[in-house]
Ligand binder design. Structure first.
Ligand SMILES: [Zn+2]
Length: 228
């Protein structure tokens, strides 16, 4: 992975992939109705930007033309639809983290339950490293759609590919749409396991040196997929 990956050109196929990811998020049970949103970085001619799901439309009804292309340079857009109300953090993450191409935002229930207590996910299980570090942080609360929320999210994502948002939900970012969706599902699964483990009291945590070993293995071999 390089810091400046080659970006796909805005296309019908790419737009379909964003819609498929949004629908898959709900089918996977990590989101309901229109709560979450999805974006992917791409180019349109010489302009860098991102395709993002629009606000106010059911994912099942989305057509490629409904997606909104936001210019990376100034966040401006054209076309008939308005971008998701969370376009600010999508834009800011795409600007700050060029290695992360796709972003999935959900209100998945177990992760959000933790986030409602302002709690992230500690290293209780080695797969926490799938998010890029020894823990998954929870960003402080700010009103949805605000610059403050975006600032908090970016800080919580430092050296990470996922974070929780207090009293709100989850952000998962990866090098592709399928990987971002898989990470969002992984974060929800980890949160569910953590809550279950907490039923017997706060579980012991893996030590820093073990999480460092796991992170090194993930970097070397790539992240384990299903069946690992
Ligand atoms: Zn949200």
């Amino acid at each position: 992975m390089t810091d400046e990956p080659l970006l796909a050109e805005d296309s019908n196929e790419l737009r379909r992939a964003v819609i498929d990811t949004a629908c898959a998020m709900n089918d996977a049970g990590i989101n309901v109705n229109k709560a979450g949103n999805v974006s992917v970085r791409c180019t349109r001619g010489s302009r860098a930007g991102l395709l993002i799901t629009p606000t106010g439309l059911d994912y099942g009804e989305l057509q490629p033309a409904d997606l909104v292309f936001l210019r990376l340079a100034d966040g401006s857009h054209t076309g008939g639809r308005e971008p998701s109300s969370e376009w600010r953090f999508h834009l800011d993450i795409h600007r700050a983290r060029p290695e992360l191409i796709a972003i999935v935002h959900t209100h998945s229930p177990s992760a959000t339950a933790l986030a409602c207590h302002g709690r992230g996910i500690p290293p209780f299980h080695y797969m926490v490293a799938a998010a890029g570090g020894a823990d998954i942080r929870c960003a402080p609360y700010a009103t949805f759609g605000t610059q403050a929320l975006s600032d908090h999210a970016l800080a919580a994502l430092t050296d990470r590919k996922a974070c929780l948002l207090a009293h709100h939900g989850v952000i998962a970012c990866e090098a592709s749409l399928p990987q971002a969706l898989a990470l969002a599902i992984e974060v929800e699964h980890l949160a569910r396991m953590y809550l279950a483990a907490c039923a017997l009291g706060e579980p012991p945590r893996l030590p820093d040196d073990e999480m460092a070993r796991v992170l090194a293995k993930f970097e070397h071999y790539g992240q384990p997929g299903p069946g690992h």
